[in-house]
Write a protein that binds this ligand. Structure first.
Ligand SMILES: NC(=O)c1ccc[n+]([C@@H]2O[C@H](COP(=O)([O-])OP(=O)(O)OC[C@H]3O[C@@H](n4cnc5c(N)ncnc54)[C@H](OP(=O)(O)O)[C@@H]3O)[C@@H](O)[C@H]2O)c1
Length: 325
């Protein structure tokens, strides 16, 4: 028998999936024990194709990092695609995994599962205690369903089949492999692109939306991958000791938040932009604070390693290598 489990990483070309593959390889997992398929090779919304793939490959473990992901604009414009595709992908992968003997699976969710007005920092038990943010509610509902799929398979098949499906909820991520699209990217990649372009064009100032005072948390993607592998590899007894059957997901955050202005200053510093940073209070700020409570994960022996300055340096190097003209 091979000592290394055969691991399927769904979404291996995405930011998180590619970081998970890097992490597994860095930990000495052999390349030939990692199974991947591109979206073109395997559409995870296609139930028959997913079943055939699992029947043929018979992986031992699954990291479910494939998802339809996007910012506010995309979520607002394509809500049907966001809820349908994410529900289908999760349901297909989780059910096919079960029917093909997979005992260990890790589902990746998002901090948007929590109510809009959840107390800060957001604890795992804030789930389903209030109304979600309306813009990405369809996406969040799909992610909540993903957690509940894992828990339900554990409840029904945990004893009889050894099923042990876990979920992690990352905070905002950034780093290698991020999306730098001008209209459709998250805070940090958008700032990296803007400050880089301002530096190149010698622009005297860069204006950021809102007052700059909202606080946000950011985690470097390789830390997220390390946390994912850590949670996957925890013993069942340890995992069960720190979670409940119907409240089993685990937050993954950096542990501290920063203001948007502070992030902008840190990005400007990293990029080497010397001009002014201005705020535009006429633009909406969004929620004043979004921070995860990651004490559950910390108690399970994991802590983020990469500070913002170091992470931004790596992210900017990746941007320069892959995305700047
Ligand atoms: N990025 C963040 O800040 C962040 C924060 C919190 C949580 N997360 C979670 O982490 C997970 C991964 O996010 P990410 O940032 O890595 O996203 P990403 O870079 O967009 O990667 C998602 C991957 O899923 C694949 N995919 C999408 N639809 C598919 C389909 N129908 N069949 C097969 N593959 C499909 C994509 O392939 P194509 O590109 O070819 O379609 C892509 O490789 C998601 O569950 C997300 O909710 C991310």
């Amino acid at each position: 028998m091979n000592v290394h489990p055969k691991i399927y990483v769904a979404g291996h070309r995405g930011m998180v999936g590619s970081a998970i593959v890097r992490q597994l390889l860095a930990q000495g997992h052999p390349t030939d024990r990692i199974v991947t398929r591109t979206h073109a090779e395997l559409d995870l919304t296609d139930q028959a194709a997913v079943r055939a793939f699992f029947a043929a490959e018979k992986p031992d473990q699954v990291y479910l990092a494939a998802a339809k992901v996007g910012g506010i604009h995309a979520n607002n414009t394509y809500p049907a695609e966001f809820i349908y595709q994410n529900l289908m992908m999760q349901a297909n992968v989780i059910d096919a995994a079960f029917h093909n003997g997979v005992q260990k699976l890790l589902f990746l969710g998002s901090s948007c599962i929590y109510p809009k007005l959840a107390p800060q920092p957001m604890r795992e038990d804030a789930l389903l205690t209030g109304t979600l943010e309306s813009t990405n509610e369809p996406y969040a509902i799909a992610k909540i369903a993903g957690i509940k799929l894992c828990e339900s398979y554990n409840r029904q098949y945990g004893e009889s089949h050894g099923v042990d499906y876990r979920s992690v909820m990352p905070t905002n991520l950034y780093g290698t492999g991020d999306n730098y699209h001008p209209e459709n990217s998250h805070v940090i990649p958008a700032l990296i692109r803007r400050f880089h372009e301002a530096k190149v064009s010698n622009a005297p100032s860069v204006t950021i939306w809102g007052t700059g005072t909202p606080r946000r948390e950011f985690l470097y993607v390789d830390d997220m991958a390390a946390a994912s592998v850590h949670v996957m590899n925890l013993s069942k007894a340890t995992y069960e000791q720190h979670t409940q059957p119907m409240l089993s997901h685990i937050n993954v955050g950096y542990g501290e938040d920063v203001t948007i202005l502070e992030v902008a200053q840190a990005v400007a510093h990293t990029v080497g932009y010397k001009g002014d940073i201005q705020t535009d209070p006429s633009k909406p700020d969004g929620t004043p604070r979004k921070l995860m409570d990651s004490s559950r994960l910390n108690a399970l022996g994991w802590q983020a390693q990469t500070g913002l300055a170091h992470g931004l340096k790596a992210a900017y190097a990746d941007f320069l290598k892959n995305y700047s003209e």
